[in-house]
Design a protein around this ligand. Structure first.
Ligand SMILES: [Zn+2]
Length: 337
């Protein structure tokens, strides 16, 4: 199956889009993060993704598929399978009904278990289109328990010092995982508005948090931890709400803390503490996943082109699609097509 990457993954033989960033008649939406969506007429998605994007798709006609349920057309069938990345996140398996060829598009992928996501399923395929956000060998994350253990120790120290701990985590997914970990540790938690709203949507999608949490309404309370998205607006809101004589300390949970400090895009000021905790697969997880699904050919999308180069060294026909593709990606493209 030919694959084109143009602000989304396109399968020309079926005129089918996966995660198109431009509005289409029909496109699969792998998950609810804004860098994977557009206001399609008929987005194909899971129930969890629909719950998270209810307002966004209010003028659309969503086609909801349960995990493992098929959408059949005369030429191909589509099934969605858990991707482990956030509520409702899905890998898409497209099967050519004429030849039986199977193409798997992972969307954003997370292999390590999460307390609140459906666990990832490895799906055997002929052609694999895999994300490579952390597709570089220096992005190998420590065990999650280690990062969470360190986070809880640091937060405990800040509370003892009388500071207000602010955990910074992406508003959809990472923040709710942080919420779950903090509540499991028995800490009282207040959530910034968007984090709170999405946590409630997670509950509508069947996720149970191990304790109560509250909406942050401009009032800090002693002994409490707050969760905010990593943005300048968050810093301003915290700054405006601080009681006299109190200071805030920021703890950032991000996979970028694992590398050499480089980030492919600016994300503002780093936290007082940055810990490598991600809702994406790290380099080893990505390589392991490719081995597990035994594809004949691999296309990498998003992120670093290095993953494709490493896969080629392991004997896979692999190319990186996208603007940062290198000469090696061109060289193997010909025999693939
Ligand atoms: Zn994502």
């Amino acid at each position: 199956m030919d694959v084109v990457f143009d602000r989304g993954v396109y399968l020309p033989q079926f005129d089918l889009w996966l995660d198109s960033l431009r509005k289409r008649n029909t496109s699969v939406v792998s998950h609810a993060h804004s860098d994977h969506i557009a206001r399609h007429v008929r987005p194909v998605l899971t129930q969890g993704t629909r719950i998270l994007l209810d307002d966004y798709f209010k003028r659309s006609e969503p086609v909801e598929l349960g995990y493992g349920e098929s959408l059949e057309t005369p030429e191909y069938s589509i099934t969605l399978h858990p991707a482990g990345h956030c509520l409702g996140s899905a890998q898409t398996l497209v099967m050519d009904r004429r030849t039986g060829e199977r193409l798997l598009y992972t969307g954003d992928l997370r292999i390590q278990p999460s307390p609140i996501n459906e666990p990832v399923e490895a799906i055997h395929c002929d052609t694999l289109v895999i994300e490579s956000t952390y597709g570089r060998p220096d992005y190998v994350f420590p065990p999650q328990e280690e990062a969470i253990g360190t986070a809880l120790r640091v937060i405990g120290q800040w509370l003892e010092q009388g500071a207000i701990p602010i955990v910074l985590g992406w508003r959809l997914g990472k923040a709710q995982e942080a919420l779950h970990h903090l509540l499991t540790a028995g800490l009282p938690v207040a959530c910034e508005e968007s984090v709170y709203d999405i946590a409630r949507r997670y509950e509508s999608g069947g996720v149970r948090f191990p304790g109560e949490y509250r909406l942050f309404a401009g009032d800090f309370r002693d002994g409490e931890v707050c969760i905010f998205p990593p943005s300048r607006k968050s810093r301003e809101q915290v700054g405006q709400s601080l009681p006299p004589g109190k200071s805030a300390r920021y703890l950032e949970l991000t996979g970028w803390a694992a590398g050499r400090g480089e980030k492919p895009w600016g994300r503002g000021r780093p936290g007082d503490s940055s810990l490598p905790y991600s809702d994406h697969a790290d380099f080893n997880d990505l390589m392991g996943y490719v081995q597990a699904v035994r594809p004949k050919r691999v296309y990498t999308v998003f992120g670093f082109p290095d993953l494709a180069a490493h896969l080629r060294q392991q004997g896979y026909a692999a190319i990186h699609l996208g603007k940062n593709a290198g000469p090696g990606d061109q060289a193997v493209q010909m025999p693939l097509l």
